[in-house]
Design a binder for this molecule. Structure first.
Ligand code: FES
Length: 111
């Protein structure tokens, strides 16, 4: 693997890198991003629930899902898929790459 940051990437500030079992929120690519640490693996998705304008980083992280604090829909952090109603649309998933202990996000391919 190359030691160069991927093109069109966003370098995550060290204070925004969550400890295991925690989530953080910050802005990147003009959007609010949720970054979660699931058993040492970093997962990044859009922070705004696809049902209404709730910040998922205020919700509950359990395994590789996050539950919305407003109406409880759960989203898979790997795929972005909504697992429960009332949310139906998936979250954007931002690929995460760790290079030399630095964390980079990439723009989703479907964006
Ligand atoms: S705002 Fe998230 S489920 Fe309603």
């Amino acid at each position: 693997m190359s030691d160069n940051p991927p093109p069109e990437s966003f370098k995550v500030a060290i204070e925004h890198i969550p400890k295991e079992g925690r989530m953080t929120r910050f802005d990147a690519f003009g959007e609010r991003i949720l970054l979660a640490n699931v058993d040492g693996i970093l997962r990044a998705v859009s922070d705004t629930c696809t049902h209404e304008d709730a910040s998922l980083s205020n919700g509950a992280l359990k395994a590789d899902t996050v539950a919305c604090p407003l109406h409880g829909s759960r989203f898979c952090l790997r795929t972005g898929l909504a697992l429960d109603e009332p949310a139906e649309l998936p979250l954007k998933v931002y690929p995460v790459q760790v290079i030399n202990d630095e964390v980079y996000l990439r723009v989703p391919e479907t964006q």
